[in-house]
Design a protein. Structure first.
Length: 359
């Protein structure tokens, strides 16, 4: 059974508060019992009786400073406030002129605990870091709070606040340092790639039609002008031919959506032995998603047919290089109305796309 600690006497509490006020003004570096006692109306003998020695007084002062620190933490809004808002809120408190004495004392104690780890300052820096990380964690919603990226983000937030505080105490330039903190705070709420859901390929449903048509129009408008020309692209979009093509195949089946974080970012149309169409949102190209979608199309069709095919415009050199890299074999040039096309073939005996290239 733990024996409860005795309640400090009124005199000890009174002298501790007076010594704390003295430390806020003069710091702890050259703290000596005699000048402290003289300043607070006591004697070195009384301070030694109450606190043991100078180290005991320093420990008591650090505990008292931490009480002020924790008292500041308590009024902060609780969970799911959001890390950017929490950083801004905490910085407003740190930047206030009336808190400078406490913060100078905090910085001094933090530094001394690093260079004198076995002295009265022992553990002060670590306990302070843990206090502030807990505060910042409480501001983060789930699942951000409990995943490694969320922990890294609040650690960066704490480092930002600590570095900004040192700058402020050194220069007093509130406007400049506050602008820097606010700029950095905005980045703490952004979703990182590790927190995004993995992309998923699923069969398209009727409710997806509008999103699929919009995606096809964006890809054609952004990516096709270089080899089809403005007139052909404008006609294909403006006439509704692109929308009709997607709608017809959605009704027939064989349309697939590439979805991430609830948004359709790619589509494929499979028709018989043919990869009829494959598109990735222009904003998401170059991230390996095209290989992922093509691999799905290959696996789906080669499970049913020994050889599969696709067509692409001969002027679309980017697409042709992509298919070459994925192990497709260039076939015949296709005759017909409109821009020239070429055929690509792939069979079950061809080397598959290495799985490592899909990441």
């Amino acid at each position: 059974m733990t024996t409860p600690k005795p309640t400090p006497s009124a005199r000890k509490t009174e002298l501790l508060e007076a010594a704390y006020a003295y430390a806020l003004e003069h710091g702890l570096a050259d703290l000596s019992l005699r000048p402290v006692a003289a300043a607070i109306g006591s004697s070195p003998r009384v301070l030694m009786f109450l606190f043991g020695n100078k180290d005991g007084l320093v420990k008591a002062l650090l505990v008292r400073a931490r009480v002020d620190e924790l008292a500041m933490i308590e009024p902060l809004p609780s969970s799911a406030m959001g890390l950017p808002e929490a950083v801004t809120h905490v910085w407003a408190w740190l930047a206030a002129e009336e808190h400078r004495p406490l913060l100078r004392l905090w910085v001094e104690a933090y530094a001394r605990s690093l260079v004198e780890p076995d002295g009265p300052w022992a553990g002060f820096a670590e306990s302070t870091v843990n206090d502030w990380l807990a505060l910042l964690a409480a501001s983060q919603p789930e699942p951000e709070r409990t995943n490694p990226d969320g922990e890294a983000r609040r650690t960066l937030a704490l480092a930002t606040l600590r570095g900004a505080l040192l700058d402020l105490l050194a220069t007093g330039d509130v406007e400049r340092v506050t602008a820097a903190v606010e700029l950095q705070a905005g980045s703490f709420g952004r979703t990182t790639p590790a927190e995004q859901q993995h992309p998923v390929i699923r069969p398209a449903a009727g409710a997806d039609l509008g999103d699929l048509q919009s995606l096809a129009r964006r890809v054609i408008d952004t990516c096709y002008r270089g080899f089809l020309g403005d007139e052909a692209v404008d006609w294909f979009i403006g006439s509704g031919a692109s929308d009709e093509h997607v709608a017809t195949h959605l009704e027939q089946g064989g349309v697939y959506c590439l979805v991430q974080d609830g948004r359709i970012i790619g589509l494929s149309i499979l028709d018989g032995t043919t990869v009829d169409l494959m598109m990735i949102d222009p904003e998401r190209q170059g991230q390996g998603l095209g290989r992922l979608l093509l691999r799905h199309a290959e696996d789906t069709l080669l499970a049913q047919h020994p050889t599969i095919r696709l067509e692409t415009f001969s002027g679309n050199t980017r697409a042709m290089s992509f298919y070459d890299a994925c192990g497709w074999v260039l076939g015949e040039r296709l005759e017909g109305e409109g821009p020239d096309k070429v055929e690509y073939l792939k069979s079950r005996t061809a080397d598959p796309v290495p799985a490592s290239t899909l990441t």
